[in-house]
Design a protein around this ligand. Structure first.
Ligand code: LER
Ligand code: MN
Length: 272
């Protein structure tokens, strides 16, 4: 069964971005729960931003799971990426993600590597950057597996990374570098820009697909843009996708309305 999820941003110095709920964990969980979401996806400043036991109690109280934890704060707050030309920065990026993986594992939740992948920086050879990314992902994938959780790598659109922009390139990268303990995230916003045929790309990457970011063409909640979700939903159902469809979309026009719109769209397209 495909499961619904809404994102919660809990990084106090980030004031805008594609997250549905903001700042207050319990209020966000209460609202998501009241709408019938299965899970929440967390974007925190660090691996120790939340107290694990208190968070577990909230999850129980509101009957929610944590679908995934984002690692992007490592870049946004600390400027860390897996492909920085400075070895010290790359090491710190790995340490940051490693701790985020352990944090997620306390909730059996996978971590997502999106913006922490970085870019081929000026003066760096592309092959070299891909090698750094490969080494980082391999190491972190093993760490995740040792804790019994998955690790999710996210191709991003060309304005956010020049490394890997499509699911097909993601699949081929993981295969070529034999990165066996990492899967892929299909972010429907990025895909709307980069893929020739979103549904075909989903079908072609079916063995790697672990998570979906659910947003419309303009990154508003699904139903507020022009992406053809009937085809996308059909493809996910055809490949028997069993993971989360997680709303990583702007809180437009408000967080509560964005959450409501998302759950309506989720029910409409997945007939759940
Ligand atoms: C960034 O655009 C994004 O989609 C995130 O999920 C990755 O950090
Ligand atoms: Mn995303």
């Amino acid at each position: 069964m495909i499961k619904s999820c809404a994102t919660i941003a809990l990084v106090s110095n980030i004031k805008s971005g594609p997250w549905i709920y903001w700042d207050d964990l319990e209020q966000s969980m209460a609202h998501a729960s009241s709408l019938g979401f299965d899970a929440v996806e967390l974007f925190t400043a660090s691996s120790n931003a939340l107290e694990v036991e208190a968070t577990q109690l909230l999850l129980k109280k509101y009957q929610l799971q944590i679908a995934a934890v984002g690692t992007g704060a490592g870049k946004v707050i600390h400027g860390l990426t897996l492909t920085d030309s400075d070895e010290t920065v790359r090491k710190k990026a790995i340490e940051f993600i490693e701790k985020m993986i352990s944090f997620g594992a306390a909730f059996k939740a996978p971590a997502i590597i999106g913006s922490m992948q970085g870019n081929v920086m000026p003066g760096v050879d592309r092959e070299q950057a891909l090698e750094w990314l490969s080494k980082g992902l391999s190491y972190l994938g093993k760490h995740a597996a040792s804790l019994g959780v998955q690790l999710i790598y996210e191709p991003l659109n060309r304005y956010e990374t020049n490394l890997i922009n499509t699911l097909a390139d993601g699949v081929s990268f993981l295969k070529t570098h034999q990165i066996n303990q990492v899967g892929l995230l299909a972010d429907l916003f990025h895909m709307n820009m980069e893929e020739v045929d979103m549904a075909a790309s989903i079908r072609a990457s079916k063995d790697f697909l672990l998570h979906v970011h659910f947003a419309d063409s303009n990154r508003r909640p699904v139903g507020n843009g022009h992406t053809h979700f009937v085809e996308v939903a059909k493809a996910l159902q055809e490949i028997n996708y069993q993971g989360y469809v997680s709303a990583e979309a702007f809180p437009w026009p408000t967080p509560k309305e964005a959450a409501t719109q998302t759950i309506l769209s989720f029910k409409k397209y997945f007939k759940i």
